[in-house]
Write a protein that binds this ligand. Sequence first.
Ligand code: ADP
Ligand code: 5GP
Length: 209
Amino acid sequence: MSGNNEGIIVILSSPSGAGKTTLVKEISRSKNFQISISHTTRKPRSIETNGKDYYFVSDYEFKKLINEDKFLEYAKVFHHYYGSSKDVVFKKLNNGENVIFDIDWQGTQQIKRQKLNYKIFTIFILPPSRDELYNRLLNRDRNDEKIAKERMTQFNEDVLHWKDYDFVVINDDLGNCCKKIIKFIESSDIKKDLNYQKLISLHVENLLN
Ligand code: ADP
Ligand code: 5GP
């Protein structure tokens, strides 16, 4: 896909709960992408496994990794640190494997700024509506209203970053959304469609009202 022997980088970002983790897993299954497993200082959710969903580490361990320059990017999100491991990612890319990231807009900016010699596709995921987003957050976090509400408070700010991404997609039906992302990666021509851009712009306005 990259036109040479190196792999490509695909980054998915979104306001929390829009579905990027689910999409990343789906895309990696259907297109054989390698998922970049992040380190985080957040506590695991009940269904998460160390080394599969994240490497769950202490604040001390995370700061040690920062000092040892082990991260390609890292950021503080919702009071916790999250970071992508540099060595693992470069090894895979240089091996010809495509790597897919589920990271926030801060991490995306950091990776873009480095002007790496790999092809990068950045994709922003939007929820179909605020109500649906809240329900997804509530379901995922075992009906913990406090967590769902805290994540919703960040929504208005996070959603504005859609403009910095190569492609924006609404995650209504999971299968459809996945297909659109794969089509974009394979052809990378959807952003040029001005009508599509207008539609996304209108959708974001509705989400903010
Ligand atoms: P994010 O990584 O963006 O925070 P997740 O992938 O964890 O979001 O998804 C949040 C919740 O929404 C999860 O419980 C997931 O199963 C669910 N979900 C994701 N995509 C869809 C979809 N298209 N339709 C319905 N539920 C979805
Ligand atoms: P969650 O706690 O829901 O798994 O993730 C919270 C946020 O942190 C999401 O926006 C997710 O994309 C982001 N995130 C996860 N891993 C990383 C990472 O390695 N770097 C950055 N910058 N953000 C991350």
